[in-house]
Design a protein around this ligand. Structure first.
Ligand code: WTA
Length: 649
């Protein structure tokens, strides 16, 4: 199992505990007895309490392993649940989003009534272009109000979408649009990043060249950057949307079947080709609304900020659909945390009196590196709950988060989940759980998580580590991999006959608390972003000068893991500094800047087994400067010594 040892040693040694504060516990949404609920009764109750159905469901679930169906016969609309019903219920004046642009003093307060007006206009505009129930749409945007508006408008029309993170390349966007056969694309000219315009439309243009199914592209003007508009295909958002009616009756919410595909989220897997993870409408919405409500202890006046990007599952579930379904007031921030200075986040928390902050360990470690003095300049006393997601959190970062951001007082909820699970699966509940730094503690009610050994036997609490699994279906579980049900079965369901294989290793301690320890496959986690070693290897080998490439991750104190690439060049090509930069850029163009290797080592040979497989485990040891593991099956052991020397230079 590939793991990062430094972090695990720290986790294994961790013994501190933090019981819930009695005052917090008394007012918490989850009270004693919460964990004793019967899973089916729980999911039935939550579905009725949290969601408004056009037609009630007549069966809770159907489990035909590995295919689950939830809330059968139910009809609903996600946009109606996130927007319209709140306005109908008198919450029109409540703030849905405080939007904070990256340029200082550029702010918007968007109430639920404003949101409805924007969404109805956008939906009418999209409909005028031919988007309707079942039309597939790609979205490639940054953190602007039009991003959630677009997703809600598509949900209103019943059009399944795939939102591709703005940091992905033309190649990545194009292949995703091809895979889903998208007919439309919504994007923006460029997004603001650290004071500069970072282009999106030019990348979208290149991507559309690869994806001939795209008929129209709608572009929001955000930065005013120069863009090329292709006659007949490309339209401006303001031309399509601004003149439309905002009367909700002009564009009613399409009643969708509970199991209709809601969206696709592409995620890295163990092979080069990203997986199209399919989420359904009702189960997804119930799952994210329920977990959001209890894990973050959401009250009617809570101001909540999930500082992820909408382009990731965290953003879908916990910036858009979960919070809006619960009629929560959220913050959306457009830019980077260090613009114009490193106190920007803390300034935002002070300005909006944020009660809940949800972010990734990488961000916490970055702020740690920058120093607590930035946070100390601001009044963070409004904070009540701090959340962490995306990667294992080391106890040091956990404690820093609680002490310096949460004044040593706020609970830290370390939430474990995946694109596949749709919702938080293992997490403390801030009013009930005794916290342990680095532990995600307990499965959420209605989630039957466990740790299995190689033989598929459950490992008892305190008895060691194994495979993280889930033994029963949950509402927001992904339904399949788009167009590849076979891969869905093989990847997640074939290893154990009675459980879902998550792809992580974990242990349960003697108290029954879960400790997640990293991936067991070739998926890396860099700054909380999932990347596949094979995908990056393919990108490198795609370069005309590259003969062979092997990619591994090494431990990194800030980003958790960092990418190290070993490259053998073809005859005649020279491993120069320029070549190194060229190859890194090539990966950037193929996948996206987030996939660029932190280190790239040229090598005449890569360590191979006698049967011709690259020995990644050895390369990882070299990358992490560890004692080398067993090299006896290596074809030429001297290769490793040479690599070690090169890596040190
Ligand atoms: C990792 C992000 C430890 C894990 C929501 C998982 C975590 C992968 C945690 C999913 C956590 C996520 N502790 N590891 N609290 N949360 N992970 O699909 O390896 O981008 O399998 O979903 O991130 O990443 P994904």
């Amino acid at each position: 199992m590939a793991q990062n040892t430094q972090n695990i040693d720290a986790l294994m040694a961790e013994e501190r505990t933090y019981p819930p504060d009695p005052e917090f516990a008394a007012q918490a949404n989850a009270q004693a007895g919460f964990y004793d609920q019967d899973p089916d009764e729980f999911w039935e109750k939550e579905a009725r309490e949290r969601i408004t159905w056009f037609t009630d469901f007549n069966a809770l679930k159907q489990w035909d392993r590995p295919h689950a169906r939830w809330y059968l016969g139910g009809r609903l609309n996600a946009c109606y649940n996130c927007v319209d019903r709140h306005v109908e219920n008198g919450l029109g004046d409540k703030v849905a989003y405080y939007w904070e642009g990256e340029p200082a003093d550029e702010r918007l307060t968007i109430t639920y009534a404003d949101l409805q007006s924007r969404v109805v206009k956008a939906a009418n505009g999209f409909r005028s272009l031919g988007i309707g129930k079942g039309t597939k749409v790609a979205v490639y945007m940054g953190m602007i109000p039009e991003s959630p508006v677009t997703l809600l408008a598509l949900a209103r029309l019943g059009a399944p979408f795939t939102f591709v993170f703005g940091g992905f390349s033309a190649q990545a966007l194009g292949s995703r649009m091809v895979e889903m056969e998208c007919e439309y694309l919504v994007t923006q000219d460029a997004s603001n990043r650290r004071g500069k315009a970072s282009p999106l439309k030019p990348i979208a243009d290149e991507a559309m060249d690869m994806a001939p199914t795209v008929k129209h592209c709608v572009t929001v003007r955000r930065t005013g950057s120069d863009v090329t508009m292709k006659q007949g295909r490309d339209l401006w958002w303001h031309d399509v949307v601004d003149t439309q009616s905002d009367d909700p009756a002009s564009c009613p919410c399409e009643p969708m079947d509970a199991e209709d595909m809601f969206f696709l989220m592409f995620s890295s897997g163990t092979t080069g080709r990203p997986k199209g993870i399919v989420h359904s409408t009702a189960g997804y919405l119930v799952g994210v609304a329920t977990t959001h409500y209890y894990v973050f202890d959401i009250k009617p006046d809570t101001v909540y900020w999930c500082a992820a990007d909408i382009g990731w599952i965290t953003g879908h579930s916990y910036i858009v659909f979960g919070p809006l379904a619960n009629a929560t007031t959220s913050v959306i921030y457009e830019g980077t945390p260090d613009f114009p200075d490193k106190a920007r986040w803390w300034e935002i928390i002070e300005r909006y009196r944020v009660n809940v902050l949800y972010t990734a360990p990488t961000s916490i470690r970055t702020h740690m590196k920058w120093g607590a003095h930035h946070a100390e300049q601001h009044d963070l006393s409004s904070l009540k709950v701090l959340g962490s997601v995306g990667e294992p959190i080391n106890p040091e970062a956990w404690l820093w988060y609680r002490d310096h951001i949460g004044a040593g007082r706020t609970p830290v909820v370390d939430t474990w989940w995946q694109t596949e699970t749709g919702m938080i699966m293992v997490s403390p509940l801030p009013g009930l759980t005794t916290l342990k730094p680095g532990s995600a503690t307990r499965p959420f009610p209605g989630v039957e998580a466990a740790v299995y050994d190689e033989q598929g036997k459950e490992i008892a609490p305190g008895e060691g580590a194994g495979y993280m699994v889930v033994k029963a279906p949950w509402p927001s579980m992904f339904r399949t991999l788009y167009g590849d049900d076979e891969r869905f079965r093989e990847t997640y369901w074939d290893k154990f006959p009675d459980a879902y294989l998550a792809g992580d290793s974990a242990r349960v301690d003697a108290d029954g608390d879960f400790w997640l320890m990293g991936r067991i496959d070739d998926v890396m986690n860099v700054s909380g972003h999932r990347l596949s070693t094979t995908e990056i290897e393919s990108a490198l080998v795609d370069h005309p000068d590259v003969a062979q490439a092997a990619v591994v991750s090494r431990y990194d104190a800030t980003t958790g893991q960092a990418i190290v690439a070993y490259v053998t060049l073809k005859e005649g090509a020279e491993g120069s500094t320029e070549k190194l930069a060229e190859l890194r850029d090539h990966v950037g163009t193929q996948i996206g800047p987030i996939a660029k290797p932190a280190n790239l080592v040229f090598s005449d040979e890569l360590p191979m087994t006698r049967s011709g497989k690259i020995m990644r485990r050895l390369l990882k040891d070299v990358a992490e400067n560890r004692e080398l593991g067993d090299t006896t099956t290596l074809a030429d052991p001297s290769v490793v010594d040479e690599l070690k020397q090169r890596s040190e230079n």
